[in-house]
Design a protein around this ligand. Structure first.
Ligand code: SF4
Length: 365
């Protein structure tokens, strides 16, 4: 399996918590950007495996325009090739998306949409710097279904300033009422360089964060959205194939400034500079080699994110015998932070809250 990630580094304005690379851009810059991506696809080395998943992320992909997304998909179909039945996702903000956009990208083959909802509370949305209302989100979900796209996901944020179990429940109940088959629930973290960091916004206390996370995990599971990854919940058959390729160390190629790739056993990245990306005589020459990927530490860290967990035999390695791994896991199993089923170690919801420490302990750090 190979994945293709297309970064769309455009946003009208910056949300208060966001550390992703994105900036406002003129219509002309957006058109040049789309043309550049199409041209780059034609220059990929041959042979190159056909891709199984394409993900337009951002930033705000709808700002690129539906025609540009369709052209990039056409270019990818010509080379390297996109397999029939591939998952093709576009990330959208509800307020930047309308029926005409959805119809056009659905006709171009997009079959999955992921909407950044974050919350249904106007005060929380305002604090986050989001411009949409829950009504906008309900409208675009309806438009997507009318256009034949039923593989729909919502993002919600946990541990927002002032969030309580009651206000989180209202957001989750709203999402479940929309009957979406996939939901991502991320704990807010205060990242350097964001407006929240500049304003000195403090994260909720750790025990409040933990309580909200465990509440969400339990609530969504009981509603039939199974936790297949630390932050992701889905009905069976609706797990994100593209994101799975990150967690299972499949190869993927990321296009665009700040986009990362895992290719040929190496971690690669484009610099976070739109102008350089648009102006470089050969944008592929901007790709930096960040070092080898897919080592034991990455395997343990990424596989443990998934519900099916880390197959003990797969993790066995000259530096980490299966017996050693199981010996290190024993106290974590006894503490209810890990499960050992079907020959694999996996995190319990409580374990997911301290996953970094568990990875460290398993690796003997
Ligand atoms: S829309 Fe998304 S990418 Fe853009 S600033 Fe907000 S969170 Fe960041």
């Amino acid at each position: 399996m190979a994945g293709l990630y297309v970064h769309v580094p455009f946003c009208r304005r910056k949300c208060a918590y966001c550390a992703f690379y994105s900036l406002p851009a003129s219509e002309e810059a957006r058109q040049r950007y789309a043309a550049r991506l199409c041209a780059m696809l034609t220059c990929l080395p041959r042979p190159f495996p056909a891709v199984e998943s394409v993900y337009f992320g951002g930033g705000t992909p709808p700002l690129l325009g539906a025609d540009a997304i369709a052209s990039i998909l056409d270019a990818a179909r010509r080379h390297p090739g996109v397999r029939n039945g591939a998952e093709i996702t576009v990330e959208c903000n509800p307020e930047s998306t309308d029926a005409a956009f959805i119809d056009r990208i659905a006709a171009a083959g997009v079959n999955r949409l992921s909407f950044g909802l974050q919350s249904v509370h106007p005060e929380q949305l305002r604090r986050l710097g989001r411009e949409h209302t829950p009504e906008d989100a309900a409208r675009v979900l309806c438009e997507a279904r009318r256009a034949g796209i039923h593989n729909l996901s919502l993002d919600v944020m946990l541990a927002l300033p002032g969030q309580t179990e009651t206000s989180l429940e209202e957001t989750l109940a709203w999402c479940l009422g929309q009957d979406v088959p996939h939901l991502s629930a991320y704990l807010l973290s205060i990242e350097e360089g964001t407006r929240f960091a500049a304003e000195g916004v403090c994260p909720l206390p750790e025990d409040s964060q933990a309580a909200l996370y465990l509440y969400a995990a339990d609530r969504l599971e009981r509603a039939g959205l199974f936790q297949y990854e630390i932050s992701n919940f889905a009905r069976p058959g609706y797990e994100s194939r593209h994101n799975r390729c990150y967690w299972t160390l499949e190869e993927y190629l990321g296009l665009g400034p700040a986009a990362h790739s895992f290719w040929g056993g190496r971690r690669l990245a484009f610099p976070a500079e739109l102008e350089a990306f648009l102006e470089a005589p050969d944008p592929w020459a901007l790709l930096s080699d960040m070092g080898a990927g897919g080592d034991l530490a990455e395997t343990v860290m990424l596989r443990l994110r998934l519900r099916e967990g880390l197959p003990v035999e797969e993790a066995a390695h000259p530096g980490l015998a299966a017996e050693t791994l199981l010996l290190r896991a024993r106290p974590l199993l006894e503490a209810g932070l890990l499960r050992h089923t079907g020959g694999a170690l996996s995190l319990t919801p409580r374990g997911a809250l301290v996953s970094n420490s568990i990875v460290g302990l398993l690796l003997g750090f």
